[in-house]
Design a protein around this ligand. Structure first.
Ligand SMILES: [Fe+2]
Length: 355
C-alpha cells in the first residue's frame, strides 16, 4: 500500500497569495531611483503604522547603503552567502545571528535604546547567545556549577525596587562560562545544564549562590561570525562576566551582567556590552570561618561578590520598541533620501576609561 496519502501534494499550479495589485499606478522601475520609489509606494499598503515605519526606514537605509557604496553584484552575492551560512550555523543551542548582531554593536545599541540608564535601577546589558530555558532550580546558598568547573565564587545580595524596598520571590536566572571559557551548551556531550541556575529571593529579598570565578572567553570562532572578525582584524574576546535575568511581578525584567574589575577586555569587549556601573569588585576571602559560613567545600579561599539588583517598576520609563518610537511623519517622504553622515553613537565606556 502506498503511503502517498500522508505526504502533502505540491500544488500543480503556482499559487498567488490572493492579494490584488495596488489600485495606484507604479512607473516601470527602469532606473535605480524608480526602484526605490516604487518600494516606498508599496509600503503605503502596510496597515500597521509601526510596521510601516520599520519597513520604510529599513528600505531607506538599505537602498542608501547600496547607492553610497556603489555595491557590486559580487559583493551583494557574498553578503547573501554569508547570511545564508549564518542561518545554517544556528541550532536549538547556538544562535549565530545574535552573535552577528552582537559584534556589530547592534544588540548593545538596541538594548541601550530600550533601557537607557536612569540612575535609579540597575543598568541593563545584552542577553547574549547563551541563555537557555532549562536551568535547574537552585536553593539559596547552593552551587550553580558542578565541582571542578573553576575557582570558587560566592555571590550574595538583595533584589530591591527603586524605593529601596526588598522584593521577595524574585526569580534570578544566572549563567556563566566555566574556567575553560566555555558555556555548557558549547560541549558536544552536554547532558544537563551546568554553570547556570534559577533562584528565588527569600522573604527579605535576599539571594545567595555559589558559582565559579568567570574568565575572559572568546565568542565562538568556528563559524561565519568568527571568520568575519578575523577578516576585520578584530579579536573575539569578551571580558569575564556573570549573566543575570531578574523577574518579579509588577517590575520590569532586568537583563544584565556583572564584570570583575581589572579585566583586559573591559574597554574593548568584542560585543560592546560593558557598562561602567556593572564593573564590580570580586573580593578575595581567605578566612576559613567565612568559607565555612558560606558552605565553600574544604573551607577553601574564595572570591566574594556582593551586589544588590534594583528593578524598575512597570510604570517607570519605557522598555522595548515602545521605548524608542521614532516620531516622524513618514506618510510624506522624499523617495530618494539625501545622503549624509551617519550620527555617531557614543560608546558605553570611553576608550580611555580605566576600569
Ligand atoms: Fe557571556
Amino acid at each position: 500500500m502506498s503511503d502517498s496519502t500522508s505526504v502533502p501534494k505540491a500544488p500543480n499550479v503556482a499559487q498567488s497569495n490572493g492579494i490584488p495589485p495596488p489600485s495606484f499606478e507604479l512607473p516601470v522601475p527602469d532606473t535605480p531611483d524608480l526602484v526605490t520609489e516604487n518600494v516606498f509606494k508599496l509600503n503605503t499598503l502596510i496597515t500597521n503604522p509601526r510596521q510601516r515605519l520599520l519597513m520604510d526606514k529599513l528600505v531607506e537605509h538599505l537602498h542608501v547603503f547600496a547607492k553610497e557604496t556603489k555595491l557590486t553584484i559580487a559583493e551583494w552575492r557574498a553578503a547573501i552567502e554569508f547570511l545564508t551560512r549564518t542561518g545554517q550555523t544556528c541550532t536549538p543551542l547556538r544562535q549565530e545571528f545574535i552573535l552577528l548582531s552582537d559584534i556589530f554593536g547592534f544588540s548593545s545599541l538596541v538594548e541601550g535604546l530600550s533601557n537607557p540608564s536612569d540612575g535609579k535601577g540597575t543598568d541593563h546589558t545584552v542577553l547574549g547567545p547563551f541563555f537557555t530555558e532549562d536551568a535547574a532550580e537552585v536553593s539559596l546558598g547552593e552551587s550553580i556549577a558542578s565541582e571542578g568547573k573553576g575557582e570558587f565564587l560566592f555571590v550574595e545580595g538583595r533584589v530591591l525596587n527603586t524605593d529601596g524596598a526588598p522584593v521577595p520571590g524574585a526569580v534570578i536566572e544566572t549563567w556563566e562560562a566555566d574556567e575553560n571559557g566555555f558555556y555548557d551548551t558549547q560541549y558536544a556531550d552536554r547532558e544537563k545544564p551546568d554553570c547556570r541556575g534559577r533562584l528565588r529571593t527569600d522573604t527579605q529579598g535576599r539571594y545567595s549562590f555559589r558559582a565559579v570565578v568567570p574568565v575572559p572567553y572568546p565568542i565562538p570562532g568556528d563559524g561565519p561570525v568568527g571568520e568575519l572578525l578575523t577578516m576585520l582584524n578584530r579579536h573575539n574576546m569578551r571580558p569575564a562576566h556573570l549573566h543575570f535575568m531578574v523577574t518579579a511581578p509588577g517590575l520590569k525584567t532586568l537583563v544584565t551582567a556583572l564584570y570583575p574589575e581589572g579585566d583586559t577586555y573591559l574597554t574593548n569587549d568584542a560585543v560592546f556590552a560593558v557598562k561602567r556601573s556593572l564593573v564590580v569588585n570580586f573580593e578575595q576571602v581567605t578566612d576559613a570561618t567565612e568559607a565555612q559560613r558560606r558552605g565553600i567545600p574544604r573551607d577553601k579561599p574564595f572570591k566574594l561578590l556582593q551586589f544588590d539588583f534594583v528593578l524598575r517598576k512597570d510604570s517607570e520609563g519605557s522598555s522595548g520598541s515602545e521605548g524608542h518610537k521614532v516620531e516622524a511623519d513618514h506618510t510624506k517622504r522624499d523617495p530618494t533620501p539625501a545622503l549624509g553622515p551617519t550620527p555617531a553613537v557614543a560608546p558605553a565606556v570611553p576608550r580611555d576609561a580605566k576600569l
